[in-house]
Design a protein around this ligand. Sequence first.
Ligand code: ADP
Ligand code: MG
Length: 645
Amino acid sequence: MTPPLIELEGIRRSYRSGDVVTHALRGVGLSIHAGEFVAIIGASGSGKSTLMNIIGLMDRPSDGAYRFGGRDVATLNRDELAALRRGCFGFIFQNYHLIPTVSALGNVEMPAIHAGAPRAYRHRRATALLTRLGLANRITNRPSQLSGGQQQRVSIARALMNGGAVILADEPTGALDSKSGTEVLGILKKLACDGHTIILITHDSKVAAAAERIIRIEDGLIVSDSGPDPEKVSSSIAVAPWQASDSAPPLWTWLEEAARSAFAALAINPVRTALTLSGIVIGVASVVAMMAIGRGAQASYIERASAIGTNWIVVDRAGESTGNSLPLTPADAQAIKDMDNVSGSMPAMWDMATMRRGNIDLNTDVIATTSEFRTVHKWDMAKGTFFTKQDEVSGGPVVLLGATLASKLFPGIADPSGSNILINNLPFLVTGVLESKGLSERGTDRDKRAVMPLRTAAMRLFGKDDLSEIVVSIADMSRLHETKEAIKALLIRRHGREDFYIYDSASAFQKAEDERRSSNLLLSAIAAISMLVGGIGIMNIMLITVSERTREIGVRTAIGARTADILGQFLTEAVVLAAIGGVVGLLLGAVIGVGAALLFGMTVIFSVTMALGALLGAVVMGTVFGFMPAYRAARLKPIEALARG
Ligand code: ADP
Ligand code: MG
């Protein structure tokens, strides 16, 4: 004679809540052979569910021995019990306990996912089981789209997915109308005929009558047992002790599942999810956009500063509007030019003027200066010649055009030198075109300007000869500071007071560098804070998710999910959520950057490294802050999780 499949000896189970101890089972001894169809019947509160949870390895007895297939299960750890559950047991609950966000097919496949079965096999078997149970046309429906009887049939298919050698059904007809209830009992009978061991738990003797053997339980003790069919006992095949024939699901299955759950969570409550992800979105977007703008600003600053050269000092008039200062004059510029360590000193006067040629008419900046312009700006001619000493002295009506200006006034003409134009309605001779220098600091086109002698502008156009600035180039930058002080002293002597500003390229570069540093620091702080807020948001939403899906966790654990499966699922879900936030942040950052470029003409430089770094930061946040909720989910006890659901 073969040993029984299930052997219970003196099983006790007490619940303790505070000072109250409930003895749900008080010494249950029971043997069930493979292939039996047993009903356990008893009144509500008699201990049926407690017994089922112990037989199904979801709960451990307080005392007594349980041997399954001859093996003492007390020695098995959490994951070994899970393996035995998913390999040998199928559970059917009164309330079906289907996962609401997953289709009928997905629910049926679940035990096979945890057993690491390949996708194609899962699909085929789950479809076949659902078809066998009359649900062929319900495969893609969610549980909420199915009737109670249909949901219970889905849960029977799930119980059979990994074989379901032992089927534990706790009040399977309790929530069904009598027709569906009869159907379900019919299915269980058929499964018993096919060799499954069925343990049916009920308070209803009419339901229990479907079984071959009836065990009655009262107040935690067995009071009667109709006894096993002797034929079943003798024919009962020995069940090999459990072996780990399955494997952990591959990482991509986790990812796929987690991505699906994450999107389902998003879909169920998009506003809540969006708000929660906003920290990460803002963090990533600010890093990406600000870095792009910052790098762009720096690059255009360097471009601009090095276009004038890297060694300059600029003198500006102060208090011009109050009349409390003397104008800067060409004589001031000349005096500076004669100083030690000064390689060039360019007086400049700026104003707007109207250029006209034929029916082309445009307003543009005019720089009036001397031949020092070429030394100080290192600006050469592309075509034609610079204005002569003669023109400078006599104020001849000559003008040089920037490259853009030339192409606008003389479309299609390669070299306009020698042609005439009108400036403020006065005739001027174009003597040449300057080489192209590109955009200026304010994003204006430097090549749109016109250049002419100081005297010409003063006499013919502007009617004044006050300089706008003097740009000085320095020979030896190591003596910059002393030269600056000397210029200051010279001008104070000439003007009788300090009625001007002086600034230089070195301090301008330094200032730009300082600004960049402090804005980087600020930016890093903003990024860190919003990432932290984002991380806390992720933790928060994951905690909510875990508590909302406690029953799902219970169901998954019951059907054999490992601790690592649950941990992995929720952790990956947190990471997927964080990554979604990260990607949205990247897009938003890109939009802000492009917007800044288009609307404000800023130079923006995007960096792939920066973007990947920000995304990685978001993912790391998801992992760190997702761990606690995921761990909490993984440690839930299946019966408590199911009870809470
Ligand atoms: P049945 O399924 O037959 O209705 P149960 O096994 O659910 O009975 O419960 C048996 C007894 O144990 C009842 O008195 C019930 O109140 C108690 N009980 C069940 N689960 C718990 C629990 N988690 N904590 C405390 N008492 C419990
Ligand atoms: Mg019960």
